[in-house]
Design a protein around this ligand. Structure first.
Ligand SMILES: Nc1nc2c(ncn2[C@@H]2O[C@H](COP(=O)(O)OP(=O)(O)O)[C@@H](O)[C@H]2O)c(=O)[nH]1
Ligand SMILES: [Mg+2]
Length: 259
């Protein structure tokens, strides 16, 4: 579940938890906030909006915020999903706020990406919209009790039309999360997407490419740690001085550091 702050992701998640529990299935929830370096307001809000489920042993809710650099979350998310999966949660919901690359990467950890927008979304920035549409498997127009919902649905349909033929056309679901309206439809859209993935061998393919991406990211992270360790200390300082004194060019200095 991804989308702008305040679009209603937590409220929708809360309703989905109820729906999954009614079917006697367990569910894990990861609420991720890449935009906040502290586990501050937004995440506290998520907790409050899902607190009906706080004493239900079939529900596990965990909040994560960025500690240090942004790359951390895209690495931590698949690992957290893996743990919830090992703990036997057949359904795992990842809620993520924020915009840009991290949101896309976090969304990449999921089988199905639900993008939540609100009425009047059509007034927003084009570039951001295109990016979100690209990752959406299901589109939700939440707060459909507000003016402009129908226009927003039409706007989304037009954008999907312009995006051209795809093997899966993201369904557009209107919801009023606070009243639970449309949540059954959202659930059905998620199941439909899942069925599509399974019927076409896409689930395996998605998971394979996700694993490749994850492994690559871990290697990248390790290499980055080595770079930090190498570009540090007496030897590094010495080479910087040599370059400054024009005894060495930076490329030769780098080669010397790496050998
Ligand atoms: N009117 C209206 N308000 C909603 C709806 N869904 C959520 N809200 C409210 O919007 C605010 C933000 O919701 P929240 O779920 O925390 O959004 P998130 O930041 O995307 O997780 C809260 O005050 C909700 O009660 C809706 O369908 N209609
Ligand atoms: Mg939230």
């Amino acid at each position: 579940m991804t989308g702008a702050p305040g679009s209603g992701k937590s409220t929708l998640t809360d309703k989905l938890i109820s729906l999954i529990r009614e079917r006697d299935l367990e569910v894990g929830v990861l609420a991720i906030d890449p935009s906040s370096p502290f586990s501050g307001g937004a995440i506290l809000g998520d907790r409050i909006r899902m607190q009906d489920h706080a004493t239900d042993e079939g529900v596990f809710i965990r909040s994560m915020a960025t500690r240090g650099h942004l790359g951390g979350l895209s690495l931590a998310t698949p690992q957290a999903v893996r743990i919830l999966d090992a703990a036997g949660k057949p359904w795992i919901i990842i809620e993520t706020v924020g915009v840009g690359q991290v949101e896309v990467e976090v969304a990449g950890a999921a089988d199905t990406t639900v993008v939540v927008v609100n009425p009047r979304w059509g007034d927003g920035v084009q570039a951001n919209k295109a990016g979100l549409l690209e990752i959406a498997d299901v589109l939700v127009v939440n707060k459909a009790d507000r003016e402009g919902a129908a226009d927003t649905v039409r706007d989304l349909e037009q954008m999907l039309e312009l995006a051209g033929e795809r093997d899966w056309r993201p369904p557009i679901v209107e919801t009023v999360a606070t009243e639970g309206r449309g949540v059954e439809d959202l659930w059905q859209a998620i199941l439909d997407h899942r069925a599509h993935l399974e019927a076409n061998g896409l689930l395996e393919r998605r998971r394979d490419s996700r694993l490749r991406e994850e492994l690559r990211a871990i290697v990248f992270e390790r290499v980055r740690e080595r770079v930090d360790a190498t570009c540090h200390g007496e030897r590094f300082d010495g080479l910087v001085s040599k370059v400054a004194a024009r005894e060495l060019d930076p490329y030769a200095a780098a080669d010397e550091l790496l050998t």
